[in-house]
Design a protein around this ligand. Structure first.
Ligand code: F6R
Length: 261
């Protein structure tokens, strides 16, 4: 796991966006896994800037989002379909047919989950998966005690996650209880993973993910099993790491060829 400590979320997001842009330049038909929530917003703003100012095309790119609320249609303002349109898709030259999210209104949930997994396989698998981190250690919506081998399926949100996400809804009780989410096993099959976490509220989850034992109690600790993970933290999210100085030193000592773009 490469741990990259940043001054603030702006620096972390610039670096993460540069890495994603580099991947798209290298492989114009890259398959990107995308996340929602507050954390990736600045990454998306940076990608939009790179697209506009540097002419980077996303026309060949395929995307798969991690998750969607069950019961929210794609036109519901709090759906992740709407979030992605608003914050990324409408600003880039992505082809709408290549942007995939789970269908929160699917009549038959297990079939929808199998279809989603099949679509990822048909696209050749995810080249680079972008992740945020839940305060309780979730990735995607794989809440604590999720199987570390899980696939796309229905999950019930914890009261803590519903509270954390209530800020996006008019009333706290409007936050759905259920979601469709890629599983931890699905996420681990991505060829490369970029995770960002900002703020003190994420410090414990970040420390558990990087330095804690591998455990379904801390779903993000499963990333310790992945050979190519880049973790971008701001100072507050790095606040409980016991080896922060070592991670800084390693990053400074890297030979140029090994530096994350
Ligand atoms: C969103 C997702 C979640 C969020 C996490 C952090 O698609 O899968 O795991 O990344 O809940 O949310 P924020 O970024 O809002 O703190």
């Amino acid at each position: 796991m490469e741990v990259i400590l940043n001054r603030d979320s702006a620096e972390a997001s610039r670096r993460a966006a540069a890495l994603i842009a580099h991947e798209v330049r290298r492989k114009p038909d890259t398959v990107l896994g995308l996340a929602t929530g507050s954390t990736p917003l600045q990454v998306y703003q940076n990608l939009i800037h790179i697209h506009r100012e540097e002419g980077l095309s996303f026309a060949g790119v395929t995307t798969f989002n991690l998750d969607e609320y069950i019961g929210l249609g794609m036109d519901h303002p709090q759906s992740y379909h709407a979030y992605m349109r608003e914050h990324l898709f409408r600003h880039l030259d992505l082809s709408p047919g290549k942007c995939h999210l789970p269908n929160g209104l699917a009549e038959h949930v297990p079939e929808e989950c199998d279809r989603y997994e099949q679509r990822i396989r048909d696209a050749g698998g995810i080249d680079l998966q972008l992740l945020g981190l839940g305060a309780d250690g979730h990735i995607g919506f794989n809440e604590p005690i999720s199987s570390l081998a899980s696939r796309t399926r229905i999950k019930t949100l914890t009261p803590r996650t519903r509270e954390d996400n209530a800020r996006f809804f008019e009333r706290a009780e409007d936050v759905p209880h259920h979601v469709l989410t890629m599983g931890i096993g699905t996420i681990l099959e991505s060829r490369r993973i970029v995770l960002l976490a900002f703020g003190e509220a994420k410090a414990k989850a970040a420390a558990n993910m990087i330095e804690g034992p591998l455990s379904a109690s801390n779903p993000a600790s499963a990333l310790q099993m992945h050979p190519r993970v880049h973790v971008f933290l701001d100072e507050a999210a790095a606040g409980l790491l016991t080896r922060a100085d070592y991670y800084r030193w390693v990053y400074e000592q890297k030979p140029d060829w090994q530096r994350t773009p």
